[in-house]
Design a protein around this ligand. Structure first.
Ligand code: RUQ
Ligand code: CUA
Length: 640
């Protein structure tokens, strides 16, 4: 229950102000003044914080900072964005911010035929049969702390799943429904070599969630799941106290970190935000593996579950499997610095970030001793990225800013800087701030998740665009802003606004030369039988018809395919072309059939021919001047 029940006639500014209320004891006065000015004096102008702080200095044209990519030229980077409730990964070129591709993951997609052929529809069905997912954290696999271009993994925060995208074909090729996990939130590879993909459980539920402990929230729990990247099997899980939110890996194969905002184990907003501290959980992976090897687990939902709660005997000795580090308050994002020295957790409901020294973590008796800085950054710190030059960049959701700060300067300023509620100073480690438009969630810098960030581009993924674009109705686009960070003397420069469809979360920006997608399929890479130009045939057996046919400009292997009403029909169709970019498809009206056929690809679909009549099977990709003529008849004869 909130203290002031919302009333229908509050203005947005009043609601914004009420949102800030529980934070007032921690807001430095500077920020409060700014907030007051923004909400009050300029309140009639949507998104007015920009008017307060932007001056020409923080803007740069694309060509000034090398962000202009002329027509026909390629970008330096791929950005993979987890597109939230759209269920997909989006691919941008950076720095142009051109959207290059959308990779459907948790939802069907008619353009790519994803979820329409037998293989992908069975994959979605086997992964729970849900029609959507909430894709947040795309992480590209690494070898030796650098991108190896093999896979991108992404979580489903809605239904507790983890998916793998094959970066040779830019296609989802595996989804695992993670047992004992209701919402898989943070997702990350164990570095340096992607030994596991970790999914962290956000929503605490009874264990197993089969009708027991319904009204006993204390018995709810959340787990960390370790998934083998090759097999996508869940190898083991660790049960913890409190919930978990975001996650990142150390660089040395030992530590894995997850924030959590509900150490209170509450079920209402006020219960969940009651405490001034919550935990970062630091998982000691080799110690967990040893416990699994020694059989110190319980099998739940078909996987070994190790007890990592605070009272667990496995947390008793001198090598606890999970260390609980107290950080302020309801932390959200966490990311490890490129040199692997620190894990930085953002306070969200506290203006500070907590800097954890990873090396001391293994040695200190009290894990809280490993906190080596708590810079005061501003209102609503959410996520942090790195430029490889010792700076951190943190989004401030409430202040609508990205703040740049010096990590070692923050460490030096501590503990003098131990924030107290009356402290009005921003951290001396703060180098600079730039306004973003508006309310940023994630941000990502080029190769920030590797040991060697490139330090030129940063994208701030802003939840609100308010007035930045033409009005398209009540659901506004979000705004992915490109910021140049390559010049410490000149400072951060805002270069581009990019409207985006709801809603990008985390992203990975990878140098273009580390991704090597194929132009055409290699039939050896998949199971379906390749139907060559001579191989078209129709076989019939007991009411089952199997049509094998090729496709090419401008024909299918058969002009007519005749079946009986009630037949179970399977089409296996190959695009036999080798020319890149020449796609065909098999679309069958009124039967809801839609197979995309890229060069050298074979897809299969099975359906029951239950409506007699003539159906024009056609190709939906405009493949040549005779594309309209690329069609054949499916003739379904009425049953006698
Ligand atoms: S989390 S906005 Cu998006 Cu998955 Cu921080
Ligand atoms: Cu093939 Cu159009």
């Amino acid at each position: 229950m909130t203290d002031t029940p919302p009333s229908d006639d509050r203005t947005t500014d009043e609601i914004d102000a009420a949102d800030r209320e529980p934070l007032f004891d921690r807001i430095p006065r500077r920020d409060f003044m700014k907030a007051g000015a923004a909400a009050g004096a300029m309140g009639s102008l949507a998104g007015c914080t920009s008017l307060l702080k932007d001056d020409d200095d923080s803007l740069a044209s694309a060509s000034e900072v090398g962000a202009y990519v002329p027509p026909g030229e390629h970008d330096d980077y791929y950005a993979f964005l987890g597109a939230g409730q759209s269920g997909e990964i989006r691919v941008y070129g950076v720095p142009s911010m051109r959207q290059l591709m959308r990779i459907p993951v948790f939802q069907t997609d008619s353009a790519s035929g994803y979820g329409y052929d037998n293989r992908t529809s069975e994959m979605l069905e086997d992964a729970g049969g849900y029609t959507w997912g909430d894709a947040h954290h795309p992480r590209v696999s690494q070898t030796d702390n650098d991108y190896d271009g093999r896979w991108a993994f992404v979580n489903d925060k809605a239904n507790g799943r983890m998916a793998r995208v094959d970066l040779e074909y830019f296609e989802t090729d595996a989804i695992v429904d993670v047992p004992n996990q209701q919402g898989t939130h943070g997702a990350c590879c164990l570095l340096p070599d992607t030994k596991y993909v970790f999914g962290v459980g956000e929503l605490r539920v009874p264990m197993p969630n089969d009708g027991r402990d319904l009204d006993d929230p204390d018995a709810y729990t959340s787990v960390l799941a370790a998934i083998d990247p090759e097999t996508m099997n869940v190898e083991w899980e660790v049960e913890v106290d409190g919930n978990m939110d975001n996650a990142d890996s150390g660089k040395e194969g030992r530590w894995f970190f997850a924030t959590g905002y509900n150490s209170e184990s509450g079920v209402s907003e006020s219960e969940m935000s009651a405490s001034d501290t919550d935990w970062v959980k630091a998982f000691d992976v080799p110690a967990i593996e040893e416990a699994v090897e020694n059989g110190e687990y319980e099998e739940i939902g078909g996987v070994p579950v190790v007890d990592g709660t605070r009272d667990s005997p496995l947390n008793d000795g001198d090598r606890p499997i999970v260390r609980y580090v107290d950080v302020a308050k309801s932390p959200h994002g966490i990311s490890v610095t490129p040199d692997g020295k620190y894990a930085i957790a953002s306070g969200k409901l506290d203006p500070t970030a907590s800097v954890i020294d990873i090396e001391t973590l293994g040695e200190a008796d009290d894990p809280n001793e490993s906190i080596v800085a708590r810079p005061n950054l501003g209102m609503g710190p959410l996520h942090t990225a790195y430029d490889g030059r010792g700076h951190a960049y943190t989004t401030l959701f409430i202040d609508s800013e990205v703040v740049k700060w010096d990590i070692e300067a923050a460490v030096e300023a501590y503990p003098e800087e131990e924030p107290d509620p009356d402290d009005e100073k921003e951290s001396p480690a703060v180098v600079e701030r730039i306004s973003v438009h508006y309310n940023p969630g994630h941000l990502i810098a080029a190769e920030s998740y590797t040991a060697d960030p490139q330090g030129d581009w940063l994208i701030s993924l802003n939840k609100l665009s308010k007035d930045r674009f033409l009005n398209v109705g009540p659901m506004k686009p979000e705004n992915d802003q490109l910021i140049y960070i390559g010049d410490d003397d000149e400072g951060m420069k805002l270069v581009k606004d990019t409207p985006s469809y709801a809603e990008p979360h985390d992203a990975s920006i990878v140098s273009a030369d580390k991704i090597n997608p194929a132009d055409v399929y290699d039939p050896a890479d998949y199971d379906a039988e390749f139907v060559g130009g001579e191989d078209s045939e129709i076989t019939r057996e007991d009411g089952r018809v199997h049509v094998r046919m090729y496709s090419m400009r401008n024909e299918f292997g058969f002009e007519d395919v005749t079946v009986q009403e009630g037949d179970e029909v399977t089409f296996t169709v190959t695009n036999i072309e080798r020319t890149p970019d020449i796609l065909h498809s098999l679309a069958i009206p009124e039967y809801d059939i839609n197979l995309k056929l890229a060069p050298q690809d074979t897809r299969e679909v099975t359906f029951t021919a239950d409506e007699p009549g003539v159906y024009w099977m056609y190709c939906a990709f405009f493949c040549s001047a005779l594309h309209m003529e690329m069609r054949s008849r499916l003739i379904v004869e009425p049953a006698e």
